[in-house]
Ligand binder design. Structure first.
Ligand SMILES: [Zn+2]
Length: 80
């Protein structure tokens, strides 16, 4: 069982998206990588210059991390 996160100011847009039937993740504007789960800064390069983007529920991302290949409305295993 994976822990269920609680909404926080950083993750609220994600939960708002969930409520709207959308999947929203964050994208770093500095290195152009997507990441999940929500956090204030990019886990790849440390930049705080990030934006929220809407993706499909089956979007593939975190390719650069080489660990996670697919988001299935759960936690991405590609943490760096
Ligand atoms: Zn980055």
């Amino acid at each position: 069982m994976k822990p269920v996160p609680r909404p926080t100011p950083e993750t609220q847009p994600f939960w708002d998206g969930t409520a709207a039937g959308e999947l929203r993740i964050q994208r770093c504007m500095a290195c152009a990588r997507h990441y999940f789960y929500p956090r204030p800064g990019c886990p790849h390069c440390g930049s705080a210059d990030v934006e929220w983007v809407r993706v499909s529920g089956r979007a593939t991302f975190c390719r650069d991390a080489g660990r996670c290949s697919r988001l299935q409305v759960g936690w991405c295993g590609g943490r760096v």
